[in-house]
Design a protein around this ligand. Structure first.
Ligand SMILES: *[C@@H]1O[C@H](CO)[C@@H](O)[C@H](O)[C@H]1NC(C)=O
Ligand SMILES: *[C@@H]1O[C@H](CO)[C@@H](O)[C@H](O)[C@H]1NC(C)=O
Ligand SMILES: *[C@@H]1O[C@H](CO)[C@@H](O)[C@H](O)[C@H]1NC(C)=O
Ligand SMILES: *[C@@H]1O[C@H](CO)[C@@H](O)[C@H](O)[C@H]1NC(C)=O
Ligand SMILES: *[C@@H]1O[C@H](CO)[C@@H](O)[C@H](O)[C@H]1NC(C)=O
Ligand SMILES: *[C@@H]1O[C@H](CO)[C@@H](O)[C@H](O)[C@H]1NC(C)=O
Length: 319
């Protein structure tokens, strides 16, 4: 109990400062040949110097699974808010539940006021959104029970493990980006554990028109702005902004369709493959509020309008 309470009160500052020796050694270790990413730089650090900020360049895709399977995989104490996802996608397949697979590159993560920077890393995992963690019948939370994370990034691995996430140190292809181009319209991503047979692989093809995507962008905005938890000791409130120059105009989210192969917790029974998987590829800047008491996020509905993650302020128009 004492441990639990102290974790709940641990602030992101405390965690980042206590790991700061790792950040510094990471900087010293940056040598020629280190990762050079194509990702856009962090546009939020200037504006939020006292918060952890960064960029996530990601493939976000929905895998529909039977509600019965979802019920078996998700811990029984968390209700599934079917009305919440049907509100966003009214014609979502009957008897099905949307699992999110998120394959991302974390870039230019900073805590500007403390001069702290974090080495880039990749990560991939399955996330179970629209869960009633606090029992109020409407606040959506996202269970992210396991992740593959770049093996050399101890800070990222420890930071995620502190939530109770089953983290597997992994190696990624490509090394320093969100995905690799196989051809003009096809991308590839693979993360595989260096200590087990776990892996996740995505091959996605860009759709010629967003209307071919059965899922509205609002679904992805909504899910990626739901507070995340693993063992529910604490929650991660990551605010993903879709309304900066990084995600509009020429960088607007691109609809994709493809296949996902994986062997990873909490799915059981060996390797699985899903074809005809739809999603988006988009880079967003984020602000991350770590290790919060989940109960304080009851009723959380993003920072802006319904389901939106827009932060009000004129300066955002120029980012
Ligand atoms: C996201 O990553 C892809 C693959 O490296 C790259 O082509 C794209 O420019 C990146 N987008 C942004 C906004 O950083
Ligand atoms: C920045 O961090 C502070 C302190 O943790 C928090 O109160 C505030 O809500 C954060 N800002 C945003 C935009 O999340
Ligand atoms: C959740 O995980 C954290 C980190 O491993 C651990 O300290 C905590 O005791 C766990 N809580 C529960 C309820 O299992
Ligand atoms: C790639 O996508 C563009 C735009 O959707 C399309 O015009 C082009 O034919 C596609 N190329 C290939 C090789 O499929
Ligand atoms: C972005 O913000 C502007 C106001 O500055 C608003 O007109 C626009 O609808 C917003 N777009 C999105 C995608 O949130
Ligand atoms: C997600 O959508 C639901 C409607 O189903 C809404 O009530 C909720 O506020 C949205 N949450 C976020 C974080 O955008």
């Amino acid at each position: 109990m004492a441990l639990r309470l102290s974790l709940l009160h641990l602030s992101a500052v405390a965690v980042l400062v206590s790991f700061s020796f790792l950040f510094r050694s990471g900087e010293l270790a940056t040598a020629p040949g280190a990762c050079v990413s194509h990702d856009h730089h962090n546009t939020l650090a200037d504006m939020f110097p006292n918060n952890a900020t960064g960029v996530l360049n990601a493939t976000l895709a929905i895998i529909p699974i039977p509600l019965e399977t979802a019920r078996r995989l998700i811990p029984p104490q968390y209700g599934i808010l079917e009305d919440a996802y049907r509100f966003l996608v009214p014609n979502f397949l009957d008897g099905m539940y949307p699992v999110l697979v998120q394959a991302a590159h974390d870039h230019d993560v900073q805590f500007r006021a403390y001069g702290i920077t974090l080495d880039d890393f990749s990560r991939v995992g399955f996330e179970f959104p629209f869960l009633d963690l606090t029992g109020d019948g409407y606040s959506s939370f996202r269970w992210a029970p396991s992740q593959l994370i770049t093996a050399t990034n101890d800070v990222a691995i420890d930071g995620s493990s502190a939530y109770g996430t089953a983290v597997s140190p992994g190696e990624f292809e490509p090394l320093c980006d969100a995905y690799r181009w196989l051809s003009k319209n096809t991308t590839y991503f693979r993360g595989s554990s260096i200590s087990s047979s776990e892996f996740v692989e995505l091959e996605m093809r860009r759709l010629p028109h967003p209307a071919l995507n059965p899922y509205p962008l609002q679904l992805f905005k909504n899910i990626t702005n739901q507070p995340t938890f693993a063992n529910a000791t604490s929650c991660d409130n990551m605010i993903r902004l879709f309304n900066t120059t990084m995600s509009v105009g020429e960088h607007a989210p691109v609809s994709v369709r493809g296949s996902v192969k994986a062997r990873v917790f909490p799915f059981q029974g060996g390797e699985q493959e899903w074809t005809d998987v739809y999603g988006v590829q988009v880079a967003t800047p984020f602000i991350e509020n770590n290790y919060l008491d989940c109960r304080t996020l009851r009723g959380y509905s993003g920072t802006g309008g319904p389901g939106d993650s827009y932060i009000h302020g004129d300066s955002f128009d120029e980012l």
